[in-house]
Design a protein around this ligand. Sequence first.
Ligand code: TMP
Ligand code: MG
Length: 295
Amino acid sequence: MKLVQSSGEIPELKKSNVHIKNEKELIQKVNKIINDGNKKLQIVTDFDHTLTRHTMDDGSMVLTSFGMFRECPSIPQEYKDEDVRLWAQYKPIEDDPNMTIKEKTQHMIEWYIASNNMLKDVVFPRNELTDVGKTMVDCFRKGVKDMITWSETQQVPVLVFSAGLGESVLAAMKAANFLLPHVKVVSNFLDTDSHDKITGIKGEVIHCYNKNETVIKHTEYYEMVKDRNNVILMGDNLGDAGMAEGMEHCDVVIKVGFLGDNVEGNLNNYLNTFDIVLVREPSVDVVNAILKLVL
Ligand code: TMP
Ligand code: MG
């Protein structure tokens, strides 16, 4: 086992789009994770615009899991129009660098209620979603495949914790062959009636700012990671930084934040929240570089 003296030993951390507020603390965390090894480690990651990229090389935005649902051919036009309208209304609030989390949470709850109401009575487009999932394979960040393979080999559990639509997350992950036994998805899953019409979201709705103890306890994943106190966490939203807070036994969490929207306004907030901030980064190379030190 080889410990790290400075970030200079990890070339991926030296790129110009990589920002670290407290290098000393980060190196201490990395060394604790190396020291404790794979048996004490778990990976917790957001899905939309974290496992997937914000944008492709041509600048086009990558579909979110809600967006994937909207793209299913049988979804009524009124749903599509209203979905786009809600996105235009609430997405700027989610990215607003000046609004407090408390204020944002109120708006996000409104968004999820509106979205939930819209979903009601829509016939669930199962097969179509499988097809849309296949179009997402190239939208994952570069290196996600290596991360999934490494964690499978090292038996490190991966939680995909998404405030998006669970069925879409599963469709994209399945198409990419990432749904292995060590990978679990906690998200918003749809309830349907006997005619396959959507009746709502199962259980408590997960939104951007309650991704923590309220929804993680009592899941199959929680049982899997009871003895794993080190976490590598990845997210693109400030709310994602709290994703491991429901696991009281965790003491070291390396938080990696992907910043893609409103970069200038948000960089400071992200630096205060995440240990490593990656600006407009298409890969998970930084995470893989840290993982490779834990052998
Ligand atoms: P994530 O937690 O996997 O990133 O997913 C949450 C994203 O989904 C967040 O950016 C808000 C967005 N969203 C939609 O795109 N459409 C919706 O209808 C709702 C409620 C949320
Ligand atoms: Mg996200």
